[in-house]
Each structure stands twice: as structure tokens, then as C-alpha cells.
Design a protein around this ligand. Sequence first.
Ligand SMILES: *[C@@H]1O[C@H](CO)[C@@H](O)[C@H](O)[C@H]1NC(C)=O
Ligand SMILES: *[C@@H]1O[C@H](CO)[C@@H](O)[C@H](O)[C@H]1NC(C)=O
Ligand SMILES: *[C@@H]1O[C@H](CO)[C@@H](O)[C@H](O)[C@H]1NC(C)=O
Ligand SMILES: *[C@@H]1O[C@H](CO)[C@@H](O)[C@H](O)[C@H]1NC(C)=O
Ligand SMILES: *[C@@H]1O[C@H](CO)[C@@H](O)[C@H](O)[C@H]1NC(C)=O
Ligand SMILES: *[C@@H]1O[C@H](CO)[C@@H](O)[C@H](O)[C@H]1NC(C)=O
Ligand SMILES: *[C@@H]1O[C@H](CO)[C@@H](O)[C@H](O)[C@H]1NC(C)=O
Ligand SMILES: *[C@@H]1O[C@H](CO)[C@@H](O)[C@H](O)[C@H]1NC(C)=O
Ligand SMILES: *[C@@H]1O[C@H](CO)[C@@H](O)[C@H](O)[C@H]1NC(C)=O
Ligand SMILES: CC(=O)N[C@H]1CO[C@H](CO)[C@@H](O)[C@@H]1O
Length: 836
Amino acid sequence: MWAFLHCLGLSLGLAYCPAQAKLCISRQLRLNGDYILGGLFPFGVRDEDAPQQSRPEGMLCTQFSAIGLLWALAMKMAIEEINNSSALLPGVSLGYDLYDTCSLPMVTMKPSLLFMSQSKSRDIGAYCNYTQYWPRVVAVIGPHTSELALITGKLFGFFLMPQVSYGASTDRLSNREMFPSFFRTIPSDRVQLEAIVDLLSLFDWNWVAAVGSDDEYGRQGLSIFSSLANNRSICVAHEGILPLPKAQDPQDLGKVGNILQQINQSAVQVVVLFSTAAAARTLFQYCIQTRVTPKVWVASEAWLVSELVVKLPGIQRVGTILGFLLQGSPLPEFSDYVARCLSQAANQTFCDSLGETLPSEEDVIGPQCPQCDHISHENISAGLQHHQTFAVYAAVYSVAHALHRSLGCNASGCPSRNATRPWELVSKMYNLRFPARSLTLQFDDSGNVDMNYDLKLWVWHRDEEPELLTVGTFQGSLELNRSQIHWHSQGNKEPVSRCSRECEEGQVRRVKGFHSCCYDCLSCKAGTYRKNRDDLTCSRCPEHQWSPDLSTQCFPRPLRFLAWGEPVVVALLLLLLLETGLSLAALGLFCHSRGSPLVQASGGSLSCFGLGCLLLVCLSPLFHLPLTGCLGTLFLRAAEVFLASEFPGRAGRLRSWLRGPRAWLLLVLLLLAEGALCAWYLAAFPQRMVTDWQVLPREALVHCQVRSWFSFGVMHGVNAALAFLCFLGTFMVQSQAGRYNLARGITFAMLAYFIIWISFIPLLANVPKVYQPAMQMAAILLCALGILTTFYLPKCYLLLWQQHLNTQEFFQSFLELGPWDRGKEGEGKATRDRSQ
Ligand SMILES: *[C@@H]1O[C@H](CO)[C@@H](O)[C@H](O)[C@H]1NC(C)=O
Ligand SMILES: *[C@@H]1O[C@H](CO)[C@@H](O)[C@H](O)[C@H]1NC(C)=O
Ligand SMILES: *[C@@H]1O[C@H](CO)[C@@H](O)[C@H](O)[C@H]1NC(C)=O
Ligand SMILES: *[C@@H]1O[C@H](CO)[C@@H](O)[C@H](O)[C@H]1NC(C)=O
Ligand SMILES: *[C@@H]1O[C@H](CO)[C@@H](O)[C@H](O)[C@H]1NC(C)=O
Ligand SMILES: *[C@@H]1O[C@H](CO)[C@@H](O)[C@H](O)[C@H]1NC(C)=O
Ligand SMILES: *[C@@H]1O[C@H](CO)[C@@H](O)[C@H](O)[C@H]1NC(C)=O
Ligand SMILES: *[C@@H]1O[C@H](CO)[C@@H](O)[C@H](O)[C@H]1NC(C)=O
Ligand SMILES: *[C@@H]1O[C@H](CO)[C@@H](O)[C@H](O)[C@H]1NC(C)=O
Ligand SMILES: CC(=O)N[C@H]1CO[C@H](CO)[C@@H](O)[C@@H]1O
């Protein structure tokens, strides 16, 4: 009843509207020709409060959608252009038959069936074989939404009727098997979503919300966006599905509120809104009402330029809006063409001349666009620059070029005017390359064309409608002009939309929770480093490299060894100089006064030899051998003292072994034994340089390895045994008053020897490994210096400054052993005489 009244009211309204002259646009939506192209355009929008249908009647779409009519006019213009042109399809005329889809599948079905009906009839026959079937149209342009294209695409796909959409962008339509005859003159949504993901990563926004409308377009877009974002390490904090505003019930508003609340809670600053214009409008209405803090809204093409959103009061308060729009090619004369059409349609003479060009289908399909006859230029002027107009224009050209090829036409004419059936056209359209204005487009394997996108930003000048400013382009990759972007945020600051702040250099992420974008930052310790920006753990440096704390790279470790110029080495050198100087001086002095009683008592030429060995201890690389020489001379002295004090009677017999050539023989034997040990040590465990990576954190320590501590000990053992015997033989020996005690010098020397080597062991274990070689050298030098100062230097002192003590009597304890070497005695006497 209500519906009836509504219809009545509408028709009455139209009838009682004499001020607005009736146009005849609805009668120009069809044209006869050799080949007819069907067209599906959204001329109307269904009344929101129209009742639910309970019977399969024709549906009434009363609201006018200007953009649908403009697209239809673009198709009309393209076909006229082709008809006028002599290059494309010469002599062949194209016709068209355009119907309303009302953006509803139920409304779209009827014209689709009509297109498939046999020409000059309204029947669709049921046959086994449709190769000989002649449908009314040769191709269909449209429909414009993915929702509708998914339905018609399958229907036309069965008959292999070519269908070229100018607006259905869902990625599912790229499926060649499901939609074998579907083509479109726009890229799939995937391309636009790749551009959006590029935009997000360019601004480092990795914590975003994604909202899609509750239809094919939104759901598919959302799912592709999620997978693309995931691949680029962008986290989708919240995903929401916006209800379509078809049936406005409070539950839906509640859903919108929920989505907004969750967006608000997750603290994202950027929302990707992949939705139809109508759904976006409801969201923004709610947004403006509840005063949600301004955000960055990344728009999908469907609502970026839609009047529904642009004209929403208060829309400038929702924040920054940007999105991608197809570039296409401009159609500068289109607005003139539309104006001409409108003025022609108002010309009664012209309208009367139209006549019936095609059999009228009004009885089955209803009036094609009754609303179109009651418009003025103002009603449609806003949509004149719509970016999809070019897609319609290009769609017509793609069919025309395919037909041109199918008929084998050239510039002068078409040889066979034999009719081409729709399915023959489909094969010609695969991978078809065709020019459309300034662009050359090509259908790829899935029937899409490649086109560039412009990044558009909404810029408001005072309270007017926003201007769309181009701030970047996407041609496989995004190029951006950042200086042109005005953020609708406080102080035009670039918004930051991240879950966690960027980690500093040398820190890695420890992800907390579900999202990889939310993390704590952990610092890499020395010896480890952050290899890649997104690493979750610190990597260890290779052995030959080091790194400080918080590092992003490793540095090579320089070799470390005791080098000339280091303070320790300088000190050692000074010690060596002192030792060598003193030894040389003592040696000179001893040799000079070789025959004096003092030197004779100390061993004579043997003591000179001992001093020489002591000098060599510091200068030769293998100190054990000269040390044995030195200790050997002292040992002979100590043995003599021991015999003299313990076995005074028998000493004389043994003394010949301790002096003269036999003593030398003994010494040589000792040296040979030690020499053999040294040779064995060097042969069995050759010196090897090793590089130690563990000891020093930043450098590699190079040192000589002691490969067998046992053999090392054995070599030391000979010397230690000699020293021990010396010590045992001399430490108890008493001297008579007023006599020189030779034993005490040896005791002290051995004490020095033992103190130095015994303290060397714990010191060596405790000094840093770098200084261990220095420690060893110091021990050798100090050992030599100790023997020098305790045994030889006091004697030098006596030789130099206490000449009067250098007498036979003073050194009596020895000399009383028996007759002294006669030759030397005179000398000794002479010295004594001289000193007196
Ligand atoms: C086609 O040619 C006719 C006259 O030949 C002209 O009036 C019309 O504007 C042309 N149409 C287009 C779209 O160029
Ligand atoms: C369908 O018809 C065509 C032409 O009439 C014929 O060549 C073809 O073999 C037929 N196909 C089948 C499966 O019958
Ligand atoms: C991410 O994208 C790259 C490049 O497009 C592709 O090679 C890779 O397979 C993708 N990875 C995932 C997990 O989708
Ligand atoms: C958004 O969150 C802020 C603070 O977190 C709160 O003040 C505001 O009311 C919330 N708005 C909505 C619409 O939930
Ligand atoms: C109306 O159209 C006719 C024929 O197309 C033309 O001769 C006439 O000049 C037009 N009138 C106006 C006012 O444009
Ligand atoms: C066209 O615009 C006029 C004035 O703006 C308006 O009254 C009329 O309803 C519009 N017509 C349609 C079909 O939208
Ligand atoms: C066009 O095709 C016809 C017949 O195929 C041929 O005779 C003619 O030379 C062609 N013209 C041009 C310009 O190629
Ligand atoms: C095409 O036309 C020629 C003559 O114009 C005719 O001989 C031929 O059989 C026709 N082919 C088809 C497929 O209709
Ligand atoms: C970016 O925009 C500024 C201001 O409009 C302009 O001067 C500059 O040339 C643009 N740069 C690029 C690379 O487009
Ligand atoms: C409406 C229109 O432009 N029709 C033209 C179609 O093409 C033929 C031949 O090219 C012309 O003669 C028509 O005028």
C-alpha cells in the first residue's frame, strides 16, 4: 500500500513539475549499428527505505546517480568517435544499448539476460552447442562494482561473451579459469594495496588499523592488505568490517562504534579504510559525532573522491585523508560533449527526430533511465572530472580494436563484413594491446591493465570542499613529494604510528605479545652486534673480530705482543743495560786483576768464565746453558769450600779435581749435559708462535707457547740442583775472624737465585697473560743481577776500594789448604806488596 502511494507520489511529482523541461536523454541510451555493445551503468540508486521484495517484480530505482549517466555518456562519445574515425573499423558502425544496474545484483540480472537473448528476439535458447549462437550484443561494458561483476562475469563467462569492466577491481576477478571472458581497464586492487603498503612503509607507519566494508570489495581488499602488510613488517593492530548502510539498524551503528573504539584503544594514528563510499560515510558520520581524535585516513579509490564523503559536514575534523587515484588520460572535450548532449536533449525538434532506433524493450525492462530526463547541468557537473570516465572510454576502445582485428580490417576498409561472434572476440582480446588517447594499454594474462596511480591529499581551503592535491605517484614504486603534504595534526607534524619506538643503533628487538611491531629493545653486549635492522638476537662476532657494546659491526682484532717502546720493555731494556754494564765492568776488573789473591780465591780464570756466562745469560735467547756455566763455576768453588771446612784432611787430594784442567773438564761435562737437554728440548718441542683469541677482548695475543712444562722444568732442574748443592755446601760454613768468607757470597747468590725463581711462579700465574713474557725476562735478568750483586760485586768493591784487604792472609782460609800454584803465588805476593 505504502509502496503504491510512494510510486504514485513520484509519478505525480514528475507530472506536476512543469518548470523543469523534460529531456530525451533516456531515448538516446540506445543506438543501432552493425555491432551492438551492451552497457551496464548505475543510473539509479535504490531508495533506502524501499520495501523488501516478496515477488520477482521489476525493481524501481528512483534516486538519480549522476556519475552513472556521465559514464554512459562517455561510452556514447567513444562509440561516436569510433564511428566517425576512418582508421578504426572503417565502414563498420557500432551501436549501443545501455541499462541501469542500480548497483543491485537483482536489477543487473535482467539486462544481462537481455544481452544474451538471440538477436531480434527476447529468447535465450537452450542448446548443446553455442558456437553458432548469435546473442543480441557482441560485448558488454561494465558493470562498475566488483559485487556485480562477480555475478555477471560468471554468466557471460559461460557464453564466452567478452565483458570489459571499468570499475570492478577485486582481485578475485583476475582468475582466468573462473572468469574466462572478463577484462577490465583498471588494475586489480592488489596494485592499489601495494601502493598503500609502500606509502605506510615510506612513513614508517607499522602500527595501523585496517577497516573494510562488508562486501566483496572491502573483504577482499582487507585480506590482501593484511598479507601485503605482513610481508613488509607492518602490523595491523585492528581489523574491522564496516556494515553496509543498506539496512540502517541500531545494531550496525553499534558495530561502527565498536570499530572506532577499538581503533581508539589500540592507539594507532593511521587507518586504512578500504570501503565503499556509503559505508565510509557512516563511519565518518559517527567519527564526527563522537569527536574521535584526528587520524590519518588512507582511502581506497572507491571513496576518495566520492561526493557522499566529500560533502559530509564536519569531515575536515577527522584528520588527514589521502589515497591513490588512477591517473588515466584526460578527456578534455568530454565536458563540452556532455553540455552538447544536454542542450540537444532539450531540443524538441532533435528529440522528435530520434525515432525508434532499436526495438523498444520498455515493456520488459521498464524505462531505461526515467530520472535522466529531469536533470540539469548542475546535477551532473561535479562528476565531470571523475577518474573512471577514462576507464569507460578505454573499455569501448578495447572492444573496437578487438573487433577491428577480428574482422581483419585495415585503414581502407574491412574485407569480410562477416559477422564476428562474441566468443571469437574473446580470443582476440587476450593480451590485446590498444591505444586509448595518450596511453597504450595492454590486457595482461589475467585481463587487467597496468596503470599508474596518483597519491592524492585532501586539502581544505577555509570551509569549502576539499581540493585533491597530487603529492606523489605510484609506478611500481612510490615517489613522494613530502614538502607538499600538510598534515591535519597539531603544528603540521608528521604523525607517528608505531607500537614501539625504533630501537637505537646496536639494539635488537625482543618482541612482546602477538605483534612483531611491539617490542622491547635489548642492547648488544661487547663481542656481539646487530647484524640487520630487524634482528631479534645479537649476532656473535667471528673469532678474529671484536665489537664494543651497542655495536652494529665488528672490527678486526689487531695482533698484540710486547713491542719495542712499551714501558715494560723499556724498563727491561734499562735493567738489561745495567746488568750488562755491571757484568762487563766486573769481568774487566776480574780479568785485569786475575792474579790477585781475591780473584784466585774466587776461582781465578774460572770465575772470569763464570762472569762471562752471567753476561751471556741476559744476551742469549736460551739462558739455561750460560746459567749452568755460571752456576758450575760457583759449584766448584762451593765444593772446595765444603771440602775444606768439612774434610780438612782429605781436601788436598780432591782439590786437584776442583782446580786446573780437571775442573774445566768437569765444567765442560756439566755444560754438555745441559746442552744436550737444551738440544732435546728444542728438537722435541720446537718453539712455536701461537695466536690467542681468548685472553684479550679486543686484540689477539701472539706469544710463544711453552709446549711441555715438564721438559722446561727438567732444564731448570739442572740449574736448580746445582744451586741447591751450592747452597747446601756453603750455608753452614763459618769463617775465622779477620778472614774473608767466600762461602757467604755463594750462599747469598743462591738465596737470590731461589727467591727470584720461587717468587716467579706465583707472579707468573697472576700477571695478565700479555705480560707473562716480560715477567719471564725480568726473572732471568733479576736472577743474573742477583748473582752478580751478591757474589761478584762485593769482590769488585774490595778490588777497587779495599785494596789493602786483597792479601793472602785475608783469603787465608782457602790458601791454607796447601801449596798454592807456585807461578801464581809470586803474582799474588806482588799484588799484596803493591797494596801495602
Ligand atoms: C562525429 O561526427 C559528427 C559529424 O560527422 C559530429 O557532429 C560529431 O560531433 C562527431 N562525434 C565525435 C564524438 O567526434
Ligand atoms: C559445435 O558446432 C560447431 C559448428 O557447428 C562444430 O564445428 C562443433 O564440432 C560442434 N561441437 C560439438 C561438441 O558438437
Ligand atoms: C614478500 O614479498 C617478496 C617480494 O614481493 C616475495 O618475494 C616474498 O615471497 C614475499 N614473502 C611473503 C612471506 O609473502
Ligand atoms: C578515544 O580515547 C581517548 C583517550 O584514550 C578518549 O578520551 C576518547 O573519549 C576516546 N574516544 C572514543 C570515541 O572512544
Ligand atoms: C534543434 O535541433 C535541430 C535539428 O537537430 C536544429 O536544426 C535546431 O537548430 C536546433 N534548435 C536549437 C535551438 O538548438
Ligand atoms: C537536480 O538539481 C536540482 C537543483 O539542484 C534538484 O532540484 C533536482 O532534484 C536534481 N535532480 C535530480 C534528478 O537529482
Ligand atoms: C586493405 O586490405 C585489402 C584486402 O585485404 C587490400 O586489398 C588493401 O590493399 C589493404 N589496404 C591497405 C592500406 O593495406
Ligand atoms: C564470409 O563471407 C564470405 C563471402 O563474403 C563467405 O564466402 C564466407 O562463407 C563467410 N564466412 C562465414 C564464416 O560466414
Ligand atoms: C615538490 O613540491 C614543491 C612545492 O610544490 C615543488 O617546488 C617541488 O618541485 C616538488 N618536487 C618534486 C620532486 O616534485
Ligand atoms: C552517430 C554517428 O556518429 N554515426 C556515424 C557512424 O559511422 C558512420 C561511418 O563511419 C557514419 O556515417 C555515421 O554518421
